[in-house]
Design a protein around this ligand. Structure first.
Ligand code: GTR
Length: 339
């Protein structure tokens, strides 16, 4: 982990951007934000859109600058910087937050959502709001969730049809105990690693595979080294946009409303880009020779992952929200909810 002292003394290589975060320039306030994805990725585009809305509505007084492509570091590191206010905003996956706040485990549970519609319904309502709010004691204001599709396994060796096919494979996971436990439950060897290191690790055989949605699998060129993509669709852990509490507290109440409102408005914008990106990535992956396979017996995977729920959903508040999500009436689903 990068320490506050290291960042402030400039020894992390993070650059002046972080150190200058929140500075006023001629009455204009630039909110800095980080993203590990490149600038054309839907998450980056969505935060840029939020910035455009903010700029228009404040006559240029509030703006956002997104440092894309992982310029400021891996998600767990930039999150730490966000919590102490070295960075104003951050777009990350929920996975690295699961180590910080148990409520964020909920949307990251395997086979919880039955479909994209079910996930959106849950995260757009009071359940999603409760999870966003749970970050406040950790120095962050949860502004909104963005889609991240369905994560599936890919590897260099073979199509995965049953959990037995994963046995002995070294599978990269995000830096999250929840994800380590999920992959271990299937019998694979879980290897936590920053996403920026995955391509090299696949090429060098340090790992045999990983799991992610199609856009990330394509954007990171992972498919070139690991051409077997097996549609386990085991988790729909969403993306989240947070603001550092330090920055939030410096905003006037009216600006807070504006920031919250523009973040919310960037969600449908992102979803339109996202749906298209999944479609495009899927087509390009097929054209690139990737071997995609459906898995006939998904229950074999969800049954093995069921103990993960018991281990990570322990508090009455978590249980209540999980039950609320399960009770939501979406019939368009394709995923089976275990138990
Ligand atoms: C992507 C997600 C990133 C990051 C990455 C990973 O789907 O958008 O924020 O979490 O997965 O696997 O590290």
């Amino acid at each position: 982990m990068i320490s506050r002292r290291a960042v402030l003394s400039g020894t992390t290589g993070l650059g002046a951007a972080v150190l200058l975060s929140g500075c006023d320039r001629e009455g204009s306030r630039v909110l800095t934000s980080s993203d590990t994805h490149p600038s054309d990725y839907p998450t980056v585009q969505a935060v840029n859109e939020m910035g455009r809305l903010l700029e228009t509505r404040t006559g240029g007084r509030l703006r956002i600058h997104v440092y894309a492509g992982g310029q400021l570091g891996a998600e767990r590191d930039t999150l730490e910087i966000t919590t102490f206010g070295g960075l104003d905003m951050n777009r990350v996956n929920l996975a690295p937050l699961t180590a910080i706040e148990p409520m964020t485990v909920i949307p990251s549970l395997p086979f919880l959502f039955r479909s994209t519609a079910h996930m959106r319904q849950a995260l757009d309502g009071p359940v999603g709001q409760a999870i966003l709010d749970s970050l406040r004691p950790h120095g962050m204001v949860g502004l909104c969730f963005y889609d991240s599709g369905e994560r599936s396994f890919y590897n260099t060796k073979r199509p995965i049809q049953t959990p037995a096919d994963l046995k002995g494979l070294k599978i990269r996971v995000q830096n999250s105990d929840l994800f380590v436990t999920m992959v271990k439950a299937l019998g694979a060897d879980a290897t936590p690693m920053d996403v920026g290191e995955v391509y090299q690790a696949l090429v060098q055989g340090v790992i045999d595979g990983a799991e992610n949605n199609q856009p990330s699998y394509f954007t990171g060129r992972h498919f070139e080294a690991a051409p077997f993509y097996s549609l386990s669709r085991h988790v729909m852990a969403p993306e989240i946009l947070v603001m550092s509490m330090a920055r939030w507290e410096k905003l006037s109440p009216a600006d807070r409303d504006l920031v919250q409102q523009t973040a919310r408005e960037s969600v449908p914008f992102m979803r339109t880009l996202w749906d298209k990106r999944v479609e495009d990535a899927t087509a390009k992956l097929l054209a690139g020779g990737v071997k995609v396979n459906e898995i006939a017996d998904i229950a074999a995977f969800s049954d093995l992952m069921r103990p993960v729920w018991d281990r990570f959903v322990t508090s009455p508040e978590q249980k209540r929200l999980v039950a609320e999500i399960q009770a939501m009436g979406d019939s368009a689903g394709t995923q089976g909810v275990p138990g």
